[in-house]
Structures are given as C-alpha cells and as structure tokens.
Design a protein around this ligand. Sequence first.
Ligand code: FMN
Length: 216
Amino acid sequence: MATLLHLDASAAVEGSRSRALTAALARAFREAAPGNTVVHRDLHAEPLPHLPHPGLHWAAPVRTGAAPDAASAALQDRLTAELLGADALVVGFPLYNYSLPSSLKAWIDHVHVPGLTAPSAVSGTPLAGRAAVVVATRGGDYGPGAPNEGRDLATPVLELVLGEEMGMAVTSVAVNLTLAGSDRPEQARRSEREYAEALAALRALGGRLGRCREKH
Ligand SMILES: Cc1cc2nc3c(=O)[nH]c(=O)nc-3n(C[C@H](O)[C@H](O)[C@H](O)COP(=O)(O)O)c2cc1C
C-alpha cells in the first residue's frame, strides 16, 4: 500500500501533454497494488497564493524572524504534510518562458522548508531517497546540440530543490518540440517519438513505484 502525490501545473486543461504523461504514471501506480492511493493536486485549477510571508521559508524551531499568520502557516502545514506523507511524487509542467509555471513555483516556495522538508542544523532529511519524477514538456528543442540546449531553467530548479536540498531521488523526463506542426514534419515526428517513449517509460516507472511497498 503506497501513496503517490501527483502534481500538474499546465494551464491547458485539455490536450495537455504533461498532464497526460503524469496521468499515465499515476494510473500505473494506482493499479500496481491493492490499496495504492494517488493524491492529485492541480496547481493551475486551484492555484496557491504567492508565498505571503518570508517566515514560511523556515520551520518554527529554526526561524529567526517574525512568525507568519496562522492561516498561511496552516496552508503550508497541509502542503508539507501531503509531501511528507507520500511515498513518491510526480510533477508535470510545461516550460513557460524558459522557466517554471508560476503555479508550480508557488508550491515549491511553500514546501521547501529547512528544518522540516529540508535539512537544517537541528533536523535531518526526512525525504531522503524518496522518488520524485519531474516531467517537462517543451515547445522548442532543448536536446543536445540544439540552440536551446541548457536553456530549460525549470528542470534544474526542481532537481536542485527536490534532489540536492530535500534529498529525493529525482528522475527527469522531458518531451521536446511539442509545438512542431505539419509545417515541420520531421520535428513533429521526433516530438511524437519522444512523447511515446516518455509515456512508456512513465507507465513502467509508475508500476515499479507502485509495487515498492516499503514505506519510507
Ligand atoms: C505562456 C507560455 C510560455 C511558453 N514558453 C515556452 C518556452 O519558453 N520554451 C518552450 O520551449 N516552450 C514554451 N511554451 C510552449 C509549452 O512549453 C509547450 O507547448 C508545452 O508542451 C505545453 O505543455 P502542456 O501540453 O502540458 O500544456 C510556452 C507556452 C506558453 C503557454
């Protein structure tokens, strides 16, 4: 019995590739073992506020400045409990202006909390080794040798915060050239191929994560 936290951030409610990819992983996870649970949070449909108070960046025991108001702290408690209570995480997002959708950035700002989800002088790494799957869809080409190589500034943020800061075991998956249409048939075929490969890989990964019963 395992729990997956499933996040989507695309502003496209229909026809979104990142949503389809995360849904495939989530379905395989749910079906992998009886009792598996998926908690879905749609960061676009139910947007979080921008971080309203700097004190939210620190857990209470290591906070030096003023405390946040009770309502903001309660929202953060819900979000961090959701993350800490999950055995695995999948995050789907499109690249927007070379960066993260702001809805996803708001989630990161709420859940990256030294002293709670990330190590501090007085706490360990509660999420160490837990699986995080980061799924990016990108209109352009960010592959090796492409002019945009290295310009996806979103995936590295997630790898840094979830992986290096929180200690999660991050797997990154990306699909390029999603905006290529019939006027660019070769690029469109490559995008379809990358999408099909990502779909298969995420289904398989969802199944493996869903069969991993050991609760962290
Ligand atoms: C506001 C906005 C900004 C975008 N900026 C970029 C960008 O900087 N680089 C890029 O490759 N694609 C960009 N795109 C295209 C999306 O990343 C691409 O269409 C993606 O596949 C959408 O994912 P989805 O199908 O899950 O919604 C942008 C799209 C929108 C709507």
